[in-house]
Write a protein that binds this ligand. Structure first.
Ligand code: 3PG
Length: 204
């Protein structure tokens, strides 16, 4: 079983995916993996998200997780569909316990020192900083990192190709997440691979 740190350090960027049509799942995952991004977060924001996870999980080299996981039921359904890690926008004790019970790596969202301290109490030290830009951006994360030397982050929310490097330059940042890799609409697979290649070339 991989740790959340293993998942976060596979690629500098985790694509955040909102895929409506399960028929797009495999080609999109293959296009991302071809560009060098293996860690894929499928958000539970569409009716077909669990089918999309199941399809993407079949793609060689892809490490597929579920995002927008809000509770134990979401988590259990995601794991059954093949999710190998879990991302949530915030941190709740029931969700942390569900991840522990299912023995699945969890990357919960935090946006302030109190969230981080609750996470530490639950044995967690790796967090999604969300929503990264709206929560104060790089200045806020630098300030938040100072009292928590052992903590590492995946900032997500408002980050794009041209700003990702600034985030990745922070010592407390292991990777960033973002939806810019796969724009909405009918997927342009060559464009997705080009975006993935550019993102994969960013230094973590
Ligand atoms: C998420 O769920 O992580 C965010 O919606 C991704 O944010 P972005 O669309 O600004 O990249």
């Amino acid at each position: 079983m991989a740790t959340i740190e293993d998942i976060m350090t596979l690629s500098p960027v985790i694509p955040v995916l909102v895929i409506h049509d399960p028929a797009h799942a495999r080609p999109v995952a293959e296009a991302l993996v071809a560009g060098g991004l293996r860690t894929l977060e499928v958000t539970l924001r569409t009716e077909s998200a669990l089918d999309v996870i199941a399809e993407m999980a079949k793609v060689e080299g892809a490490v597929v997780g579920a995002g927008t996981v809000l509770n134990r039921a979401d988590l259990d359904a995601s794991v059954r569909a093949g999710a190998r890690f879990i991302v949530s926008p915030g941190l709740t004790t029931p969700l942390a316990h569900a991840a522990r019970d299912a023995d699945v790596p969890l990357l919960p969202g935090i946006a302030n020192a109190g969230d981080i301290m609750r996470g530490l109490d639950l044995g967690l030290t790796r967090f999604k900083f969300f929503p990264a830009e709206a929560s104060g951006g790089i200045a806020a994360l630098k300030a938040l990192s100072a009292p928590f030397g052992q903590v590492r982050f995946c900032p997500t929310g408002g980050i794009r190709q041209d700003t990702a490097a600034n985030w990745l330059a922070l010592p407390s940042v292991l990777c960033v997440g973002g939806s810019w890799l796969v724009p909405s609409g009918t997927p342009d697979l060559a464009d997705i691979t080009a975006r993935a290649r550019a993102a994969a070339a960013l230094a973590a």
